[in-house]
Design a protein around this ligand. Sequence first.
Ligand code: ZN
Length: 262
Amino acid sequence: MAAQGDGQAWAFERAAELLVSSRYTIGMTGAGVSVESGIPPFRGPGGLWTRDGEPPLDAYQRFLADPKGYWEQRLDAPNEIVQALMRAQPNAGHYAMVALEQLGMLRCLITQNIDNLHRAAGHQQVAEIHGNAQRLRCIQCRQRFPLAAIPISRDALPPRCPECAGIIKSDTVHFGEPIPPDVLEVCFREARQADCMLVAGTSAFVYPAASFPQMVKEQGGALIEVNLYETPLTPLADCSLRGPFAEILPAVVERVRAKLIA
Ligand SMILES: [Zn+2]
């Protein structure tokens, strides 16, 4: 496999060892994981925001000021990212993460991605800090609904929550919008009890994501990093696996399985 030079053999061995020996491992993924499923990133080279400019920093306040206008815009102009999200399929890395969960070696997965691909692959415990584009959320009672569950009619915008009649928006977290407290609570609770963390496809420089690997390290836990490039997390990592998520993760699972049999 191209991703594994001889120099990486040690890192794979170490990663498998940490996963097998840790008491409570959590994961975190970011844009790099989705890029391998054909979803364009927001930031960085080739990023949608790099090309088109960042969305307004007060996008959430604009939504609150004019929810009807937000929905009209959403219905009129399905944007590039939405179309890419609809087409995207989980890659081998997403499935390898599911395998780790099924082996009991990944208790919770925090993701910054909104594409639903971890769930589509079959992952059970997922905390989506930036929401999920396949879901809608009531801004009042915070209940989430699958897209198809809320009828959207141009004559009655914005759509209303069937439970509390609150205004419905996309579950994705907009600029200016607080991370939903229920999700944030899960993330901090999981990070507090973790003694190992597997971070893939993110440099985790955006808060709150940046807090979690930091917490795990401060508690004396181990950090496994999977990324194409060095990141600000690399110096903190107990082992760094360089290469594509879709190649590295299946190789890690293979070694974990070999250790379990041995
Ligand atoms: Zn509601």
